[in-house]
Design a protein around this ligand. Structure first.
Ligand SMILES: Cc1cc2nc3c(=O)[nH]c(=O)nc-3n(C[C@H](O)[C@H](O)[C@H](O)COP(=O)(O)OP(=O)(O)OC[C@H]3O[C@@H](n4cnc5c(N)ncnc54)[C@H](O)[C@@H]3O)c2cc1C
Length: 402
């Protein structure tokens, strides 16, 4: 009990120190960076130097606040700047954790901890042009190389922070595109051994670079394979959904704060617009929905830290929170009237970034399938079976969903 109260105190302290830092040091840089479509990496590096990026890692490597700590970090970043939250999540938190959880000291020391310190952007490359929601359909292949190690061939799509990455974690089929097993391989180098084949011009998260990359005969040594167990990739995707939930909650909260402020200050018909029933109802509903989304996400994070790494909690939270964020940010934009369409107001940026939520890291339709399967609906699997299906009901060691 005392431990829980202590954890809560640590978390509240972390949230308030981080919030103050972001409001003072980062918020003033957002508008110019979004317009320039460039995220100054120095900001991420400073977050790393201050220990914020490693807050969720175990005590010997970071702040020991677990997935709940990562949730607070990503939520608070997104409340100020969605692009920064997305970059930190994709290029620091996820790759660092994958390196640490691989159990290989070499991968952690040479690569993972550099990502956790914000020294170098990293990337996670799973999606391919013909393998999006159906990740099991990917055709990038890792073949055993003569003399040891692996040789990677294929194309990866939508790699966040892929252009400047110091290392990337690549999902590839073992030996053949028809194989069931997907391995994760760490690809590193200066310059990176992958070739950027396309740069995307995005409507959302405009300061982040998202690229496609080609891997042609990229040789990695045997120790570059991160997962000894092929289940790790599905577990990692479930963990990512908790962070996507946090990002959605942060965007929604940022927009709600902006809408509330505007509705209190803007007068029409001699009254603040926030006193009109329609406006106050929109904002009150938004407050309730954001709180509910945060509670679902936090619950998934708490369960995760308690050892429940099943898919249901993260999928349920992501499904709900990302769709809440779309509604809440659109309402906040509407509350701003014409100003909501002007780039000098943040609220349009929140709405643009929120639209990515129901797509990135697994579309809403796939999250709904996972939830539907968990409640017992007869959801068909992937034709030919889905590799590595291991979904569990909540509660550590919960029963498997087949
Ligand atoms: C800005 C951005 C950054 C990204 N960053 C990364 C990254 O760093 N690393 C990475 O690996 N990937 C990344 N992605 C990829 C992202 O995870 C995929 O876009 C997402 O998984 C969806 O895949 P898709 O775009 O191919 O859509 P598709 O899977 O082709 O879906 C298209 C439509 O079909 C629907 N659909 C698909 N399957 C079903 C089904 N079974 N039932 C019902 N409807 C279905 C979807 O809901 C959607 O509406 C990024 C994407 C974007 C846009």
């Amino acid at each position: 009990m005392g431990e829980v109260a202590g954890d809560r105190e640590a978390m509240t302290g972390f949230r308030s120190v981080l919030r103050e830092y972001l409001d003072e040091r980062v918020r003033p840089q957002v508008s110019a960076a979004e317009q320039a479509r460039r995220l100054p990496w120095q900001i991420v590096r400073q977050l790393g130097e201050l220990g914020y990026l490693s807050v969720g890692l175990p005590g010997e490597h970071g702040g020991g606040l677990g997935k709940v700590g990562d949730f607070v970090l990503i939520e608070e970043l997104a409340r100020v700047w969605g692009s920064l939250a997305m970059a930190v999540m994709s290029s620091a938190i996820i790759p660092a954790r994958l390196c640490l959880e691989s159990g290989s000291t070499g991968l952690w020391e040479r690569h993972g901890q550099r990502a956790a310190r914000g020294e170098v952007p990293a990337a996670f490359a799973l999606t391919e042009m013909d393998a999006g929601s159906d990740a099991g359909a990917l055709v990038t292949v890792a073949e055993a190389a003569p003399g040891g190690g692996w040789r990677l061939n294929g194309h990866k799509a939508y790699v966040t922070c892929g252009a400047d990455a110091g290392f990337g974690i690549v999902g590839a089929k073992l030996e053949s595109p028809d194989a069931r097993e997907i391995g994760l391989f760490l690809v590193a180098g200066n310059p990176m051994p992958w070739r950027v084949s396309r740069r995307h011009d995005m409507d959302c998260h405009r300061a982040v670079d998202v690229v496609d990359v080609a891997l042609s005969g990229v040789k990695v040594d045997a120790a570059a394979r991160l997962d000894s167990e092929h289940k790790n990739i599905w577990r990692s995707l479930a963990g990512e959904r908790i962070l996507s939930t946090a990002l959605a909650v942060g965007l929604a909260q940022g927009a709600l704060d902006a809408g509330t402020r505007y509705a209190s200050q803007r007068h029409q018909f001699g009254r603040p617009i926030g006193s009109f029933g329609e406006i106050l109802r929109m904002l009150a509903d938004s407050e309730a929905e954001v709180s509910a989304a945060r509670a679902l996400g936090m619950q998934a994070a708490v369960d995760w830290d308690a050892g429940d790494h099943g898919a249901l909690g993260p999928s349920r939270a992501k499904l709900f929170a990302t769709e809440v964020a779309v509604r809440v940010t659109e309402r906040a934009q509407h509350v701003h009237g014409g100003y909501g369409q002007m780039s000098e107001f943040d609220v349009g940026r929140f709405a643009r970034d929120a639209r990515m939520g129901p797509v990135g890291g697994g579309v809403s339709e796939i999250q709904a399938r996972i939830v539907a399967r968990a409640i017992g609906l007869p959801v068909p699997g992937r034709p030919g079976g889905r590799p590595g299906r291991d979904r569990r009901l909540p509660g550590a060691g919960g029963r498997k969903i087949t």
